[in-house]
Write a new protein. Structure first.
Length: 109
């Protein structure tokens, strides 16, 4: 049985704390075990790689670093970039839906 997450792949989120505060991006991947997300345009860093048996030349590569879930908020209005906390509400048929708390529990698509 799959569980419903508050932030899912494809959501637009805004970084609410840290060095990238105020940046808005799309969620590329949710890392549930790490309690983190990969946000498009945030966390791209450059690493130098030492030569090894698998990589005899060494060199450098670009990697994507995850952002902690507590540092992101769901964007509910694209034009004004208004954010909201996400709640989970049970339906009459027993299913669960996500709702935005700041806009009077409106259902999130």
């Amino acid at each position: 049985m799959a569980t419903i997450k508050r932030i899912i792949k494809g959501d637009t989120v805004k970084i609410i704390s840290g060095a990238n505060k105020g940046v808005t991006g799309k969620v590329l991947q949710v890392l549930a075990k790490k309690n983190a997300v990969l946000v498009d345009g945030v966390g791209n860093i450059h690493r130098h790689v030492k030569a090894s048996a698998q990589n005899p030349r060494g060199g450098s590569k670009d990697i994507h670093v995850a952002t902690s879930l507590h540092k992101v908020a769901l964007v509910v209005d694209e034009k004004s970039a208004k954010t909201s906390r996400v709640g989970l509400v049970k339906n009459a048929d027993g299913g669960t839906t996500r709702v935005a708390r700041q806009i009077k529990n409106k259902e999130i698509k």
